[in-house]
Write a protein that binds this ligand. Sequence first.
Ligand code: FAD
Ligand code: PYC
Length: 417
Amino acid sequence: MVRFSGLSLFAKALGNHQSWPELWPDAQPKPAYDAVIVGAGGHGLGAAYYLAKKYGITKVAVIEKGWLGGGNTGRNTTIVRSNYLYDESAHLYDHAVKLWDGLSQDLNFNVMYSKRGVMMLAHNVHDIQSFQRHIHANRLNGVDNEWLTPEQAKEYCPPLDISPEARYPVLGAALQRRGGTARHDSVAWGYARAASALGVDIIQNCMVTGIRRGADGAVEGVETTRGYIATKKVGVSAAGNTSVVMRMAGLDFPLESYPLQALVSEPVKPVFPCVVMSNTVHAYISQSDKGELVIGAGTDQYVSYSQRGALHIVEHTLAAICEIFPMFRRMRMLRNWGGIVDVTPDRSPILGKTPVPGLYVNCGWGTGGFKATPGAGDLLAYTIAKDEPHPINAPFNLDRFRGGRLIDEAAAAAVAH
Ligand code: FAD
Ligand code: PYC
C-alpha cells in the first residue's frame, strides 16, 4: 500500500484512537518525531530515505505545503552532470552522479537515468578558454570531460548547425559522457515510496509556518497549518522558499529567489541524442523519452516568487534554439512552466548546520540542484544524524559568506542568472 496520503498519515502519527477535530488544539498530545524535514522535493525525500535506511532513524516526518515533487523537482529539465570547476564542487556533484548510477536498483523504481552525454557549446574565445580550464580541472578530480572540435560535436549531435556563418558559431564543445538526464517525477516518487516503506510519514498539503525554539535557543518543534509537531531536529529543504522558512527561526540567509522557466515541444520521434547546453546564448535542450523536446531558459532578471518566467526570456531562448538547430524552426511548443530557484552569491549550495542547534539546511542549489538530488539527500541525512557535516559538504557551510571562502561556480552553473 502506498502510504503517503497526507491526512491519514498525520492521523496515524497521532494514534488511531484520535478523531480529526481533536488534532487542532495545541493542548492535545503532540506527535514527537526524531526529525522533521521541511519540503517533499527530491532532496527532502532523499534525506528522509537515507535517515531511515542508513541511520535507522525512521520516526521522520516530511512536511510539504503542496504535493510531493510539485516544487522544482517536478519542474526542472532533468540535466545530470558533475563538470564543476572547483575541487569541493567536483566532489559534491560527482558524489551525486555516482549515486544516480545505482539509484533505480536501490529504490526498486526506475528513475530512468540515461547517460546520453552533456555537451556544452563554445561560441567564442572566452568560452573555449573557460571550458578547457574546466576540462583540465575536472580530469584532475577524476571527473570525465573532453574537448570536441566542431566536427566531432556535430557527429555527436547531428542536428547541430556548425556552419561558419551561423549566428552563434560553434567553435568546439566540452562533453561529459557520464552526464545525461533522469525522470524527475520518478525520483520524487521513488524516494517517497522507499522512505514510506521504512516508516517515514509524508504529510502533504501542510505548510510549515513557524519554528519553535526553547529557552536554550535549540529547536523544539515546528508550527504547521495542521498543528504543532514536536521534534529536536529540523532539516529545511525548501528550495526557493528557504529565506522565508529560516526567518521563522530568526535567521537571515544570503539568498535571492528567481523564477526559472522551461518548456516542451509537441512529441516527435527520436531526433535528439544527447543534452546540449549553450551557456552563452542561454538555451539548453534534450529530448524526453515521451518524444518532447525539453528546452530551458535563463532566470528572470529580477527577484520574484512567481512560478512562471517572463515571456521575453523564453522568446530569446527559442530564437537561440532555432539558430543553433535550424531543423526545429517549425516545431510547436506544447506547454511552459516555471519554478522558483534560490541563488547564493557564489552560485554554490549551503548544506550543513545553522547557528540554531537542531536546525539544518539544504538550499541555494539555484538553477542546478536536480543533478545533486541523491547526493544532497544523502549528505543532509548524514549531517542530521551525526549533528556534523560530512567532509564532502563541510565546505558548503553558511560561514563561508562571513569568512570569504566562497566557491564561485557561476560559470559551471551554466544557466544565465
Ligand atoms: P523542491 O523540489 O523545490 O522541493 C522543495 C519543497 O519545499 C517544495 O515542494 C515546496 O512546496 C516545499 N516547501 C517550501 N516551503 C515550505 C513550507 N513552508 N512548508 C512546507 N513545505 C514547503 N537542476 C539541474 O541539476 N538540472 C536541470 O536541468 C535543472 N533544470 C531546471 C529547470 C527549471 C525550470 C527549474 C525551476 C529548476 C531547474 N533545476 C535544474 C534546479 C532543480 O530543479 C532544483 O535545484 C532541485 O530540484 C531542488 O530540489 P529540492 O528538493 O531542493 O526542491
Ligand atoms: O545545472 O545543468 C544544469 C541546468 C540545466 C538547466 C538548468 N540547470
